[in-house]
Design a protein around this ligand. Sequence first.
Ligand code: AVI
Length: 325
Amino acid sequence: MLDLVAPVQGRVAFYDLSRKQESFADAVVRGLSCKPKRIPSHFLYDAQGSALFDRICDLPEYYPTRTEMKILADHAAEITRHIGPEATLIELGSGSSVKVRLLLDAMTAPSAYVPIDVSGEHLLAAAEALAADYPRLAVAAICADYSDTFPLPETPGRGRQVAFFPGSTIGNLEPADAEPFLAGWARSGVDMVVGVDLVKSRDILEPAYDDAQGVTAAFSLNLLARANRELGADFDLSAFAHRSRWNEARSRIEIGIQSLKAQTVRVAGRSVHFAAGERIETERSYKYPVASFQAMARRAGYRPEAVWVDPNQLFSVHYLKAGPV
Ligand code: AVI
């Protein structure tokens, strides 16, 4: 269990575990000396990045958010029957805590909500807004990378503990990491409601990750802007471009930042050389057919109890049951 001396801000107990993560400076210095260059995707979500991601979710090309919301809204009664009364919802990568309201509104006497996110300010603001709207709910926010291992705070209520992992964020994990990640939650006896993007045609997938308004490009390039802000780097953002492509063989969208010319950049007191056309890999977004995701969940120790898919077969929401059959 987490130390309960965490500061309580208003109605929200706030646990800051962010110091335990690799710092942005260390990740950038290490990642830019790798071949290929690579920066872990969770560093995209500083305050600016989180705000840009919220805008991505509203883009016409980015179908996952509205499709998943519709699935959650249409099937809330059924999903929350699986969750049961007096449950604690633990949201992994909670962002603005918008989707969870669809479940909370349909749940019977939800006891507690535990949002987990890397972006501390955004997390606290979202948790406080939610606590104000749900006065009977205990809210304990954890600033951490949801894929790290840490104890959960003690929460009231006699119902199940259920992890809510929407948005197909599980697709941002390598499959080799996604399975042990699921296994960790299954072993803790925590059920899971997880949103998983489905495999579909390139014509739908590629625009979703390279929209006409350039919001996704701004989201990617914010990583370099963040390095300028926080690490005193001198990236010229006009000399780099957002790139994304669907890799059908690997069932993933590959996102990166490409150097438009040969150039040397100062980052955290070091010189980093970029060849013309060289990329920094920033994100991968895996897509899973229903059957292969369920097979992975079974290998991880979960029992896939139900799955809901929209009529256009764009997106899936799974209920995974932990514990013995
Ligand atoms: C957060 N995650 C599920 C998004 C995705 O679709 O992989 C991140 C994203 N990156 C660019 N657009 C969306």
